[in-house]
Design a protein around this ligand. Structure first.
Ligand code: S3P
Length: 176
């Protein structure tokens, strides 16, 4: 079967849903941030600081191109992957694209619980709150995240509910 890629904003649930989906389907999970960090031997925050965002975005495209064509794989990319049109084409041509959404307040709560530093959210104008930054970036990315085969709001749903919806949708897709 075509691979499944879970796109969406930071904290929208890509990793959590990806892990559960991988377990359910008995497919490997490719967490793109983890792969980049391992290959680079440094954190994403360090890559941004030392080489800039563009260099990180190139690493993402290279990693995506390597894994998107593999069958029976769950791919969890970083939240910025759908920004590049070439990445969207790679995903569209090779994968089932599932887009996860959550309300800004829910995103803030989730990212604040995480130890990972997200440079895109730390890069704020003077006086801008983290919530305001989330709303701003989310708005700028709205169209990129809308280019998907299935869109799901994870704000109030349990992982079990999300998994059931995805499995049902996959069955109908594969039956077509
Ligand atoms: C980013 C999201 C992060 C990570 C990097 C940039 C983004 O991944 O790739 O900090 O631009 O949205 P998560 O979506 O897993 O937090």
């Amino acid at each position: 079967m075509k691979s499944i890629i879970l796109i969406g904003f930071m904290g929208s649930g890509k990793t959590t849903v990806g892990r559960r989906l991988a377990r359910q389907l008995k497919w490997p999970l490719i967490d793109m941030d983890t792969i980049i960090v391992k290959e680079q031997g440094r954190s994403i925050d360090d890559i941004f600081a030392q080489e800039g965002e563009e260099a990180f975005r190139r690493m993402e495209t290279e990693t995506l191109a390597r894994y998107a064509t593999k069958p029976d794989t769950i791919i969890s990319p970083g939240g910025g992957v759908p920004l590049r049109p070439e990445n969207r084409k790679i995903m569209r041509d090779n994968c089932h694209v599932i887009s996860l959404y959550a309300r800004p307040e829910v995103i803030l709560d989730r990212v604040d619980r995480d130890v990972v530093v997200r440079p895109v959210l730390e890069n704020r104008k003077p006086g801008q709150t983290k919530l305001e930054r989330i709303v701003e970036v989310m708005e700028a990315r709205r169209e990129a995240y809308a280019e998907a085969d299935l869109m799901l709001d994870t704000s109030d749903a349990s992982v079990e509910e999300l998994l059931a919806t995805i499995m049902k949708w996959l069955e109908s897709r594969e039956a077509e």
